[in-house]
Design a protein around this ligand. Structure first.
Ligand code: NAP
Length: 536
């Protein structure tokens, strides 16, 4: 029986807990920069192949399970994560440097999204069943019976994110949407939280055993980049999920595209999440639409989680108005009052500092405010920082639109609507874009601001702040490149995430009993279906 005492530093090749036979490595506590006691070991290429072989063998039996059985598996995963109790919270806090309250909330979110997918499977209509019954007497040619539904792609490799050690990691949205779809998952653990990863993998493995899942439906591997790339190149792997840096995501995309059989890579990479403020939105002297209130809320969004959110608002566009200085003054004051805090890894903090220093040295960029408490390098602390520039500088320097991952934002002050439009047109693809405006000024403007923003982003917000991604049916967490590698056609959060790991299959002229349950005449799953273009 697996216990947390002896399984913290293992890999799981299917349901077998094994020591890696590759290079050893240590986990670090970012809050103290100290190596933690337990040693970890990466898997060898042979061990990684063994995990993929098991996933390939598990695919057919797992894909053909009754969907309610897969739902039971997912629910069991949530229960087993819950059963890990404080040990999981303590380990994730230790390895990530994130506060206990944040990790506790993230565990709740993780279990919530697992159960959301279990409910999706029980409801069942997501398979998008379409039926065109045979028309044997049609002239000039008869029509065969055609039935289509979404079916799983095959084994998937998932790379966990550093910034959500639970909700975007081992049992996070990518893993759970792939498992819900019917795809076995080979998970490549993030080296910043290896113990957390092994604990959650143990929960998934126990859930798989308790619910009778085929061995190989899930594996957890600690692996170096070479082995990780070999996983993506393995012929049995049919898709990849990834959250992290642009460089990492693109490296994996190249591997996937250079295979004899290229496969989709759903990489969520970099975004600066522009927030646009038109004058009318902050014209009030007091209340929720005043310059002071919006700027204070924005400072909270910039510094939330030490800015380590993919939806962090890294770029703010202000159209000049009598309130511009009040807005900037409040934002600067709030940033100065925000305390530095521990970042996820030493590398992420260094990248943040380098990114800020790089921007601050650019012509026309001002370091407008910094936290007035010094950051402790020994504790990996990131220092909240506010930079400002003008539209003309922004337009002449593409570097100013690049992501700096951490608690900072660059405010671009635009003198005219035309300047603002040009700045927005210059942006790369984004996860989110936020606009503060009155409906009257949107209607009166000759520029369609909403159209401009939705051309760039997967989620457009009318007011509010982009941090805080609701996990639900209607969420899009994706966007055009480089927010994602798939042109923003899918989401990695919410139930729509399942669509990344399926493809439509049509069954032509099949006997009823050989069809999947979702397409059989009697509709034994009781799902919503379309028959000849109409709801059944
Ligand atoms: P990362 O360096 O891209 O790493 C993510 C995962 O991919 C890790 O498991 C990593 O393993 C692996 N990996 C990276 N490059 C690889 C390669 N060439 N071949 C095979 N595997 C590779 O991301 P991170 O560690 O989470 O954070 C680093 C930076 O990513 C941050 O500073 C930030 O800029 C960005 N980031 C962005 C978001 C976002 O949502 N926009 C979220 C998190 C991070 P190794 O660590 O062993 O290389």
């Amino acid at each position: 029986m697996l216990t947390t005492q002896n399984q913290l530093n293992v890999n799981f090749i299917g349901q077998e807990a094994v020591a890696g036979e590759g290079m050893p490595f240590s986990a670090y506590a970012p809050a103290t920069s100290e190596a933690l006691a337990e040693g970890f070991t990466n898997v060898t290429p042979e061990q990684a192949n063994a995990a993929v072989d098991k996933a390939a063998a598990a695919f057919s039996p797992y894909a053909h399970l009754h969907p309610h059985k897969r739902a039971d598996f997912l629910d069991a995963i949530a229960s087993e994560i819950d059963a890990l109790g404080d040990e999981l919270i303590e380990r994730a806090v230790l390895e990530s440097g994130l506060p206990t309250a944040r990790i506790t909330g993230e565990r709740g979110r993780t279990m919530g999204q697992i159960r959301l997918f279990a409910n999706l499977l029980r409801e069942g209509s997501w398979v998008d069943a379409r039926i065109n019954p045979a028309l044997p007497d049609r002239q000039p040619l008869p029509r065969p019976d055609l039935r289509q539904m979404l079916m799983p792609l095959g084994p998937v490799v998932v790379f966990g994110a550093s910034n959500f050690p639970l909700a975007f990691s081992v049992a996070g949205g990518d893993t759970v949407s792939a498992l819900a779809a019917g795809c076995p998952v080979v998970f490549k653990a993030h080296p910043a939280h290896p113990g957390t990863s092994s604990l959650v993998a143990m929960a998934i493995t126990t859930a798989a055993q308790k619910t009778g899942m085929p061995d190989g439906v899930f594996s957890l591997l600690h692996a170096d980049n070479e082995v990780a790339q070999a996983l993506v190149a393995h012929p049995a792997i049919k898709a990849v999920g990834f959250t992290g840096s642009r460089r990492g995501g693109l490296a994996l995309l190249r591997v996937a595209q250079n295979r004899p059989e290229p496969i989709p890579v759903y990489a969520e990479m970099s975004a600066v999440n522009p927030l646009v403020v038109l004058p009318g939105a902050i014209a009030d002297e007091t209340g929720p639409a005043s310059a002071t209130t919006v700027a204070a809320g924005l400072a909270g969004s910039i510094t939330l989680g030490v800015g380590q959110f993919c939806t962090n608002p890294g770029l703010v566009f202000l159209l000049t108005s009598p309130k511009t200085e009040q807005f900037l003054g409040t934002l600067a004051e709030k940033i100065r009052a925000s305390a530095p805090a521990t970042m996820l890894t030493d590398g992420i903090r260094q990248a943040f500092e380098q990114g800020i220093n790089h921007l601050a040295l650019m012509p026309g960029v001002q370091r407008r405010a910094e936290s007035d408490t010094d950051a402790q390098a020994s504790q990996n602390q990131g220092r909240p920082t506010l930079l400002t520039t003008t539209a003309s500088q922004f337009l002449s320097n593409a570097d100013l639109g690049e992501e700096v991952f951490g608690p900072s934002s660059l405010v671009v002050v635009c003198d005219t609507e035309a300047e603002l439009r040009d700045c927005l047109n210059q942006l790369e693809g984004q996860l989110t874009a936020t606009i503060y405006a009155t409906t009257a000024e949107l209607k009166q403007s000759s520029i369609n601001w909403i159209d401009l923003l939705q051309a760039k982003a997967g989620r457009v917000l009318f007011g509010g702040f982009p941090t805080g991604v609701e996990v639900c049916e209607a969420m899009t967490h994706g966007g055009p490149f480089p927010a994602t590698t798939d042109g923003g056609r899918t989401t990695s959060v919410g139930t729509g995430a399942i669509l990344r790991f399926v493809r439509p299959i049509s069954y032509q002229s099949f006997p009823n009993e050989l069809l999947p349950l979702a397409l059989q005449n009697a509709n034994p799953l009781g799902i919503r279906r379309m028959v000849d273009g109409k709801p059944e």
